[in-house]
Ligand binder design. Structure first.
Ligand SMILES: *Cc1c(COP(=O)(O)O)cnc(C)c1O
Length: 367
């Protein structure tokens, strides 16, 4: 293989670029028709009544936490293994993230451990649908309903995922999607909040737009808001990808099948998909056994022209959290730590060929 295979590469087509150009020429650069079209597409796909496009998939959750008035003194349950943004947003509103370990089959929150950490201060759970696979969100909802907690689904990686045919982003009070280039659909930077709660979306829309509410056709500044809007040319980049998304999912699951068929190495654990769920393969995440060193493996792939990396962080182990909360995270969250230290994300995206996946699999088999 002559050309380097990066870990991720978005499928941007000439038709997408033409729409971006159309917006640039029109001069209507901020929230206009493509933002509305993108929001519509997302709410349909997520079976929710409302969607709000914002500047990224961290702003989504920050806005929802603010809109729910979660603040200093409150606790929010998050999985110990995710991208750090899941916990950072809790810190950003002054609340305390309370970590729960994951299960190593799905890399999602270990539902059996959630109730142990619920206190009188707990206000919400942010379960993550990690790597494009829904967590056991039905079970999370049962616990949340029993204890009267909000659920904000971090579906940053999991557009198109479902449990028992109900889409992620439609279970909790809100769903949060990212449109970063590493995710299934990209606008460059971008995020979408989905919800069935009209009041919540109204607050999100006010907070993302400087705190403006239109009252009797007047602009009233009713909150000290943010500017977390999405530009219209970003939305224009994404709407075509949204239209093609069913094909994207089919293509990606075919490529994932090639990995499943080709990788035969007892030192490697392949991903697992529970039968009540689909996998959207935002990331094909394998586990190395203890005889293999993650850093060496990443270098081994690099030397052979393939970009791989670790999949996500053990968040409480990261410097900020380790210092602030003084966790012994390796002992407290052994599965999150193992996934952080022994997990590898392999390339899987639409533009790859089956031959390239076979080539990568061959390298996995040499490990
Ligand atoms: C990517 C990601 C985010 C952050 O999304 P951005 O759009 O990059 O801000 C949050 N949570 C998870 C699980 C992610 O993978």
């Amino acid at each position: 293989m002559s050309e380097f295979i990066p870990l991720a590469s978005p499928d941007i087509r000439d038709t997408d670029i033409a729409l971006v150009n159309e917006v640039l020429r029109s001069g209507m650069l901020i929230q206009s028709k493509y933002v509305a079209e993108l929001e519509n597409g997302f709410l349909k796909r997520s079976s929710t009544n409302f969607a709000s496009a914002v500047s990224n998939g961290t702003a989504t959750m920050h806005l929802v936490l603010r809109a729910l008035d979660i603040k200093h003194g409150d606790e929010v349950i998050v999985p110990a293994f995710s991208y750090v943004a899941t916990a950072n947003v809790v810190e950003l509103v002054g609340a305390t993230p309370v970590f729960v370990d994951i299960d190593l089959d799905t890399f999602n929150i270990d539902v059996a451990q959630i109730e142990k950490v619920i206190t009188s201060k707990t206000k919400a759970i942010i379960p993550v649908h990690e790597f494009g696979l829904a967590c056991n969100i039905e079970a999370v909802m049962q616990i949340a309903n029993k204890h009267n907690l909000f659920v904000i689904e971090d579906a940053a990686c999991a557009f198109g995922a479902h449990q028992n045919n109900k889409p992620v982003g439609s279970f909790g009070i809100a769903g949060s999607f990212s449109l970063h280039p590493r995710k299934s659909i990209t606008s460059g930077e971008g995020g979408i909040v989905t919800s069935n709660d009209e009041n919540l979306i109204k607050k999100v829309n006010i907070l993302k737009n400087h705190g403006v509410e239109i009252i009797n056709q007047n602009m009233e500044f009713v909150e000290a808001g943010f500017n977390y809007r999405m530009t219209d040319f970003q939305a224009a980049l994404a709407v075509g990808q949204l239209e093609r998304f069913d094909d994207t999912l089919i293509k990606k699951s075919r490529l994932a099948e090639v990995y499943f068929n080709e990788i035969k190495n007892p030192k490697i654990k392949l991903p697992f998909v529970p039968n009540d769920r689909n996998h959207t393969w935002q990331t094909f995440h394998i586990m190395l056994d203890d005889s293999l060193n993650q850093k060496d493996v990443i270098q081994y792939f690099k030397d052979r022209g393939v970009g791989v990396n670790y999949g996500a962080q053990c968040i409480p182990y990261q410097q900020y959290y380790a210092k602030k909360y003084n966790h012994n995270s390796q002992e407290k969250y052994p599965n999150a730590f193992a996934a952080y230290k022994q997990g590898i994300a392999l390339p899987l995206y639409e533009k790859l060929t089956e031959t390239q996946i076979e080539y990568i699999s061959k390298i996995v088999n040499e490990l």
